[in-house]
Design a protein around this ligand. Structure first.
Ligand code: ADP
Ligand code: MG
Length: 678
């Protein structure tokens, strides 16, 4: 067996198991080896039967004295009862509905059992314990994340087999790096993470593997960044162009924070250095105006600009906004999305190449290879957390060293931002336009739904509009989740004098656009929606948002959704309707009631995630990590970052021989597309 061999070379892995393993991204023996336990069970707690106490979880070794199989539920189900004994006492071992197990036990033979001890009628019991004939069950046992069709037992067996190749695992770090960071060897790390002998060794091993993974992450991020800015000079926009002209034409006064950001961006744009800046600003803080000032500067300096948005609705809205604000300045705005007719797309692409369009906005359609610019100088990605690293890079490649601006409303906890975006300049819009009142937020138990919708009706009577958000489109088998369709139906009956409409992600684009346009114009009063409205939509007259099954949404998402209201001069309201008794959902709602500060909410979100849960990397356009947890491993991340920096400074494109293994791991983490950067 070799590392690169297909997983099907393992005993017991046929086509069906291979397929299931592929779902876990395990295709080769090496993949298996780098598939790590989610947690561990400490099964070193070997006990004599007389020592057992109710409710404890323990390992015992006992001989089967008696095995009886009974039927219950009118004979449809089988129960297997074993009487097991060691020198100190007896215990009953019970398996429900598991007739097939009867053959597994022989009276007179000893087995090891691991399970929770309960008491029934004064006698000790173990119900459905793990069991085996040998000691394989004892010690610290790995628990792997699984998928349908694979059992924990199988995974452990295969992992044991793969263990014979630990010494073949390739070393990607230099001797110096290993010594400087006092890391253990790869072989030691793998052995002790999969099958630890003791806690200390597990920690040492895990440290090493987390270090490796975070170093791969950092190397990738730095390579991408380095490649975009290092050693190249950028485009300096004209100092003669004053963004004040544009700012003066806006119908409102900019906030201090907006002015500061525009100033920072303006300095970047006038310098030879390539701008690489992140604008973080809470929902409604006015990021678009900041982006527009930058676009104005680019176009008036003779360059084209592009602004990419994650959804068609948002891109369309940007298009309308840009057209309205730029026409008076003689700036030509274009739009491109996947749902346009081929002939329309071709016409837009031609105008872009000819320079007839100054600024274009649109969806992912903009990064298709057929889209070419004639003098692209500024690239903006709105809601950047919705895009992957690769997509942002492809957009950038459309020009020659264009200036880059990324914007996000998903606040990244400060602690994390420093590390992840350490080399990126960050501007923060930490002030909302004046007159905005915090959205009054209330958690509502399901039985109070009606009074909540009565409140909505009062808002409608005053001429305001409302959003209602549900987690699913169709009624599902899970009875408790209210579907958008069902809610829309109910509400059109309840609000009979008003216009209630439904919008969801599976709808045709044209239909969505039409409804959205009607909501804008105020012709639709209540918009029932799935999360398609999550990002960016701006309708200041909408003053109330009701979120059904709020327990289904994460904090960041709830905060984003709430940001759809409170965008105008009216008091606004958010109702979170809770079903069930999830403790974590209640805590989330508490935080939402208490705070409207996106950064605070992001920090709380980090704390709320249970141990072992992986931090939502995808939210920030980063790849999923295997073993590291950024919330917990910040310290290791810092060390790994320092090492990554040394390597990238010495070998920016990872061309050197000694870095080939690292390069392979980087491509593996970020995906094949990423090799374009190296
Ligand atoms: P976001 O940061 O969430 O993208 P937008 O750019 O969509 O926010 O702005 C939200 C709303 O606030 C828009 O209607 C915009 O016109 C308005 N706005 C932006 N800046 C100001 C300001 N300084 N004063 C008043 N309204 C503003
Ligand atoms: Mg926005």
């Amino acid at each position: 067996m070799e590392l690169k061999d297909s997983i099907s070379c393992l005993k017991g892995v046929g086509p069906r198991k291979s397929e299931a393993l592929a779902k876990l991204n395990i295709r080769t023996v090496e993949d298996l080896m780098f598939f790590f336990p989610r947690s561990y069970e400490d099964r070193r707690c070997r006990k004599e039967i007389c020592q057992l106490r109710e409710d404890e979880t323990a390992v015992i070794k006992a001989e089967i004295k008696l095995a009886v199989s009974d039927r219950y539920r009118k004979g449809r189900k089988q129960i297997l009862r074993l009487l097991a004994a060691d020198d100190t006492g007896t215990i009953e071992v019970v398996f429900f509905n598991a007739g097939y197990l009867q053959k597994s036990f022989k009276v007179g033979t000893e087995y090891v059992f691991y399970g929770k001890v309960s008491a029934a009628f004064g006698k000790l019991q173990m119900v459905h314990p793990d069991f085996s004939k040998d000691e394989g069950l004892t010690g610290i046992i790995p628990v792997y994340p699984l998928t349908k069709g694979i059992t924990q037992k199988e995974m452990r067996t295969w992992q044991k087999t793969a263990g014979s190749l630990y010494d073949k695992a390739e070393e990607m770090l230099s001797e110096e790096t290993i010594e400087r960071n006092r890391l253990c060897s790869m072989e030691y790390a793998l052995r002790n993470v999969h099958f630890p002998q003791e806690k200390q060794k597990l920690l040492e091993g895990k440290y090493r593997l987390v270090f490796d993974e975070l170093m791969v992450l950092q190397t990738g991020l730095m390579a991408a960044r380095q490649n975009s800015i290092d050693g190249r000079s950028g485009i300096a926009f004209s100092r003669q162009v004053s963004v004040d002209e544009y700012i003066g034409s806006l119908p409102y006064e900019l906030t201090g924070a907006q002015k500061r950001c525009i100033g920072e961006i303006n300095d970047d744009l006038e310098s030879e250095r390539i701008m690489n800046r992140l604008v973080q600003g809470d929902v409604g803080s006015g990021k678009t105006a900041v982006a527009e000032a930058a676009i104005y500067k680019a176009v008036k300096s003779g360059f084209q600009a592009v602004m990419m948005a994650p959804t068609e609705i948002l891109a369309k809205q940007h298009y309308e906004g840009l057209k309205a604000n730029f026409e008076a300045h003689g700036i030509k705005v274009g739009f491109l999305s996947g749902s346009m007719k081929a002939s329309e797309k071709r016409a837009v692409q031609q105008d872009l190449r000819d320079g007839k369009i100054d600024v274009i906005t649109g969806t992912h359609a903009i990064i298709q290879p057929e889209v070419e610019f004639c003098r692209l100088g500024l690239v903006i990605t709105d809601e950047q957390h919705r895009f992957g690293v690769n997509q942002r890079i492809r957009l950038k490649e459309k020009g020659t060293n264009p200036n880059i601006l990324v914007m996000t409303a998903t606040p990244i906890p400060r602690t994390l931002a420093v590390v992840l975006y350490g080399d990126l300049d960050v501007s923060v819009i930490d002030e909302l336009p004046p007159g905005r009142q915090p959205v009054k937020t209330r958690c509502v138990r399901n039985k109070m739904r009606n009074s909540c919708y009565d409140f909505v009706e009062k808002q409608l009577e005053q001429g305001r509009q409302a959003y209602v958000v549900t987690p699913l489109i169709e009624e599902s088998e899970v009875m408790d989740v209210r579907s958008a369709r069902q809610v829309a139906q109910e509400l059109s009956e309840k609000f009979s004098g008003y216009n209630v409409a439904l919008i969801h992600g599976a709808m045709k684009q044209q239909e969505k656009d039409e409804k959205m346009a009607l909501f804008y114009k105020g012709e639709i009063d209540v918009l029932v929606a799935t999360v398609v409205i999550e990002v960016g939509i701006n309708v200041p007259n909408a003053t109330v948002i009701v979120i059904e099954n709020a327990e289904r949404f994460g904090l960041a998402q709830l905060h984003q959704l709430r940001g759809r209201v409170g965008r105008g001069k009216y008091s606004s309201y958010c109702f979170l309707i809770l079903e069930g008794n999830s403790e974590i959902a209640e805590k989330r709602c508490d935080i939402m009631e208490k705070s409207s500060d996106g950064f605070f909410i992001a920090e709380e979100d980090l704390k709320l995630r249970g141990p072992g849960e992986i931090f939502g990397m995808k939210q920030h356009g980063l790849p999923d990590l295997n073993i590291s947890d950024l919330a917990k491993h910040l310290d290791i991340l810092n060390h790994a970052k320092a090492e990554a920096k040394k390597i990238i400074e010495d070998d920016p494109l990872l061309r050197k021989n000694q870095n080939q293994q690292l390069k392979r791991r980087v491509i593996r983490l970020f995906g094949e597309d990423f090799s374009l950067n190296l």
